[in-house]
Write a protein that binds this ligand. Structure first.
Ligand code: ZN
Length: 132
């Protein structure tokens, strides 16, 4: 375990970036992880194909909230196509610490929510339960 990354995660958890809501957001999606009780709602503001603003709201464990905070930092300025290329690996590298299977669901919840929004509700080709 890398203390530096653990501190980074705690810092994002305690002082989340891009926290809040966007009135009149172009995309607004929320989902939860019933196994852990995490909830994430993401609002995206688009200009053409590019994300110009993003806010998240949620509650749950440190991993899910830190992942949302970091991920929202990452996607500002990206196009929808660029966001579609982000995957599980990207999130795990972003968090930087090894996670067990149940924690991985927490870590991936924000990306899942964002992708549902980007692809349109109910059409997420990356939806995978447990491929390990
Ligand atoms: Zn969790």
């Amino acid at each position: 375990m890398d203390d530096l990354y653990r501190e980074l995660i705690l810092d994002h958890y305690q002082h989340p970036h891009n926290h809040g809501e966007i009135p009149g957001a172009d995309i607004s999606v929320e989902d939860s992880n019933p196994l852990c009780g995490d909830k994430i709602r993401i609002d995206l503001k688009l200009q053409g194909d590019t994300v110009v603003d993003v806010k998240f709201n949620g509650k749950g464990c440190a991993i899910s909230q830190a992942s949302a905070s970091m991920l929202t930092d990452e996607i500002i300025g990206k196009t929808l196509d660029e966001i579609k290329t982000l995957d599980k690996q990207f999130v795990l590298e972003m968090l930087g610490i090894p996670l067990g299977p149940s924690r991985i669901k927490c870590a991936l919840l924000p990306l899942k929510v964002i992708k549902v929004g980007v692809y349109g509700v109910g059409a997420n080709p990356d939806e995978d339960e447990d491929e390990s």
